[in-house]
Design a protein around this ligand. Structure first.
Ligand code: PEP
Ligand code: MG
Length: 325
């Protein structure tokens, strides 16, 4: 079986009836690049940039960040590299930022909220990403967007970073794509408005499920409620994909759900254009996707979305998709 997978390293991720999707890797540091390439990643769908900031005494400066982003951009050799801007807070701490203790850290001062409040820090990161954009196909993605104004404000700071670099005669890619992580239910429900202005979406199911179910993703005691196949979650995913497609934008997924072989058939049927996952899941996912028929998966997704519980939906998938059994 392992041998069969190795053969797929340089193969496209193409469904049995010809639909092509992009299968990308999630990484945390430039050191993860090698594994991504070895496993046949067609891009980096999520570079969790916060790892550059963690386990150290102070903030990485622009130059240090630039070197890290550039390394990944060059390493991927023209394939897309989506750098997610700092997603700190929640469960991820940065002692040197001296963040306030909060009652509900997952509902609090984190990710884009913190970046819009500490604009100099954010702009430093954006400058570093922009500078790296000359060395590959770099894209920017903002985490935890809840409202359109946040996206506009972030883009305003990006515009300032671009102006500064231009004034300093530092080269960057002026038309760098800018996307939004859809991981808050409000963003999913209002995705049509966001889709007008964003270049792409990537659905972060780890947080989207947590917030939709009001279920802490780390809390074992209530893990029964953490349901990727809950009809509410699937409806949100469908809304996001349809909203983006109506505006001619592409949609990916970079949460754990993207690597779940039980979920992949439905996700393909719903029309995801890209999925991104830990490197070791890429080849098994490619093998699975190549056996799925898009037309059939569309029908499966339509049926699943009429059902009333996770259990029924899981049963349907198991019944209809022989290759995952
Ligand atoms: C997500 O929320 O699904 C996601 C990919 O981001 P993270 O796991 O880093 O919160
Ligand atoms: Mg998240």
């Amino acid at each position: 079986k392992q041998e069969g997978l190795t053969k797929l390293i340089n193969e496209p991720t193409i469904m049995a009836d010809g639909r092509r999707v992009e299968l990308a890797a999630n990484i945390g540091t430039p050191d993860d690049l090698e594994g991504a390439i070895r496993n046949g990643a067609e891009g980096i769908g999520l570079f969790r940039s916060e790892f550059l900031y963690m386990n150290r005494e102070s903030m990485p400066d622009e130059e240090e960040q630039f070197q890290a982003y550039r390394k990944v951009a060059e390493g991927m050799d023209g394939k897309p590299v989506i750098i997610r801007t700092l997603d700190i807070g929640g469960d991820k701490e940065l002692p040197y930022l001296q963040l306030p203790k909060e009652q509900n850290p997952f509902l609090g001062y984190r990710a884009i909220r913190l970046c819009l409040d500490r604009q100099e820090m954010f702009k430093t990161q954006l400058r570093a990403i922009l500078r790296a954009s000359r060395y590959g196909l770099v894209k920017i993605m903002y985490p935890m967007i809840a409202a359109l104004e946040e996206f506009r404000q972030a883009n305003q700071i990006l515009a300032e970073a671009k102006e500064e670099l231009s004034r300093e005669n530092i080269a960057f890619h002026p038309d760098i794509e800018v996307g939004i992580m859809i991981e808050i239910p409000a963003a999913a429900l209002a995705a049509d408005a966001l889709a007008k202005e964003a270049d792409f979406f990537s659905i972060g199911t780890n947080d989207l499920i947590q917030y939709t179910m009001a279920c802490d993703r780390m809390n074992e005691r209530i893990s029964y409620l953490y349901q990727p196949f809950h009809p509410a979650v699937l409806r949100l995913i469908r809304m996001v994909i349809d909203a983006a497609h109506r505006k001619g934008k592409w949609v990916g997924m970079c949460g754990e759900m993207a690597a779940d072989k039980m979920a992949v058939p439905i996700l393909m049927g719903l029309g995801l254009d890209e999925i991104s996952m830990g490197a070791s899941s890429i080849l098994p996912a490619r093998q699975l996707i190549r056996q799925l028929n898009y037309g059939q998966m569309k029908e499966l997704a339509d049926k699943a979305l009429e059902l009333e519980s996770s259990e029924q939906i899981r049963q349907l998938i198991q019944e209809k998709v022989a290759v995952i059994r």
